[in-house]
Structures are given as structure tokens and as C-alpha cells.
Ligand binder design. Structure first.
Ligand code: 6PG
Length: 245
């Protein structure tokens, strides 16, 4: 595995601030080098503190939103105004508050069938990145969460999606809420330049320990192994409380 780092913040608020700083630094660096910042974000509750900060100063003005493209690692197959929608939640948390052009926002399609939605998003990603060869870097930054069962994005334990090596986006069913979802797969997620797991709270302590310190388990989160990029676990003290050493 490439460089894997662990960073422990005191609490959820500090974790959110650190996450926002990482986001803003990655934006500066990517725009400096390639002229754009391409990020994939997660749903769930953990990234919401970070997302809300992105819509406020200093991040609001620090980030060149017109050169930023936002994608999602996964989405619940519900309309945008459903409270389970990751896109809808991100809109409320920061996308409606920042000067990002509509064309830079790339929600997963939930209008047709899940299978068609998955194909459409895969096509959108391929048109956007135009990857060449076997080894490519796609996203500048991917932020992920981890569930207490070890899932990440909507890649759930025991499901065949874990073995997918060709398709970039799949429709699956699972999680909380237990709905049909669209999810990116490992070929896309592992070609991130920088991947950050965010985990907060004591209910995540057991699974964080397992993901980081149990070599024999094969949790979905442990299959996040960036081909060329870096991997950071950004934890708060409670989530890190069972780590040894
Ligand atoms: C989703 C997510 C999912 C999430 C984890 C952790 O859409 O549900 O992308 O993978 O990150 O379930 O969720 P919490 O942050 O709510 O604990």
C-alpha cells in the first residue's frame, strides 16, 4: 500500500476544520498544477461539518469555485429534495452558498432506473476524464466515510460490487437507510490522487481499529488502496480511542 497516514484531531469540530483545510489546500495545489480541482465527496453525517465550513469564510473565498468540479462517490436513489439525498444535503450544506457554476456540479443521476443511472454516470466520468492507458489518476481529492460494518461509499460487506474491476459505477442496495444506491467502484476510487477517510465519534472506534490494525479482515474500507495517490485517515479522539501504539 502507498503512504497511509493517520491524523487525530481532538473532536468533531476540529476534524471538520482540518477536513476543510485539506480540501482548500488540495484545491490550491491542483488548480496551480492542472488548472482545475476535481473532488468526489461522500454522503452520511460525518462530512457535514466540513461541508458547512466550506460555505463560510475563509474557505468560501479561498477556494476558486469556478475551477472546482464536484462529483459524488455514492448516492441514494432518491430525488434531490428527499432528506436522504447526498446531493440535496450537500446543496444545503455548501453548494448553494458558494459561487460554483451549475455545470461544475455533477450529481449522480436518479431520474431513470438505477442501472441506467449507473451507466450514465460512468459515461459522464469517462467523458470528463478521458483516461488513457491502464494507470491513470482521476480525482484530485476523494473524501470517504466508513460505516460501523466497514462499508465505504456504498460498497457493502459481502456484496459482488467489491469484486468489480471494470465498471466504474454500479447500482446496489444496502446501508442506512436501506435503499437502492449508486456507487463508484474501486477502479475509480483507487485512482484518486489524495484519499481521505473521515471518522468521528466512539461508535466508529471499533471499526476504525479493525480497518487500521486487523490485517486479516477484508473490509470494504480496507480495499481502498490508492494506486498512485496518498491515503489519510482523519479521526477524532473518540474514533481513534481503540487504536494501539
Ligand atoms: C452514504 C455514504 C456512506 C457513509 C458512511 C458513513 O451515502 O451513506 O457515502 O459511505 O460515508 O455510511 O456514514 P456516517 O458519516 O453517517 O457515519
Amino acid at each position: 500500500m502507498n503512504k497511509q497516514r493517520i491524523l487525530i484531531e481532538s473532536n468533531a469540530a476540529d476534524l471538520a476544520r482540518k477536513g476543510a483545510k485539506i480540501f482548500s489546500r488540495a484545491a490550491k495545489k491542483s488548480i496551480g498544477v492542472r488548472g482545475r480541482f476535481v473532488v468526489a465527496i461522500s454522503g452520511g453525517s460525518t462530512p457535514r461539518g466540513m461541508h458547512r465550513l466550506l460555505g463560510k469564510e475563509p474557505f468560501l473565498s479561498d477556494i476558486q469555485w469556478d475551477k472546482t468540479d464536484v462529483f459524488w462517490v455514492d448516492e441514494r436513489f432518491v430525488p434531490v429534495n428527499d432528506k436522504a439525498s447526498n446531493y440535496g444535503t450537500a446543496k444545503k450544506d455548501f453548494l448553494n452558498r458558494v459561487p460554483i457554476p451549475d455545470g461544475n456540479i455533477h450529481p449522480m443521476p436518479v431520474a431513470s432506473s438505477p442501472e441506467v443511472g449507473a451507466l450514465l454516470y460512468q459515461q459522464e466520468l469517462m467523458n470528463y476524464f478521458e483516461p488513457e492507458g491502464d494507470e491513470f489518476s482521476l480525482f484530485d481529492l476523494i473524501s470517504l466515510g466508513i460505516g460501523t460494518d466497514g462499508h465505504t461509499a456504498s460498497l457493502f460487506p459481502g456484496q459482488s460490487s467489491l469484486n468489480e474491476r471494470e465498471k466504474w459505477v454500479l447500482s446496489v442496495k444496502g446501508g442506512k437507510p436501506n435503499t437502492i444506491r449508486l456507487t463508484m467502484t474501486y477502479p475509480v476510487l483507487n485512482s484518486g490522487r489524495q484519499i481521505v477517510f473521515l471518522a468521528s465519534g466512539k461508535e466508529k472506534a471499533g471499526i476504525v481499529k479493525k480497518a487500521l490494525q486487523a490485517n486479516k479482515s477484508r473490509l470494504p474500507a480496507q480495499l481502498i488502496q490508492p494506486v498512485k495517490g496518498t491515503l489519510l485517515w482523519l479521526l477524532d479522539r473518540e474514533a481513534a480511542s481503540l487504536l494501539e501504539g
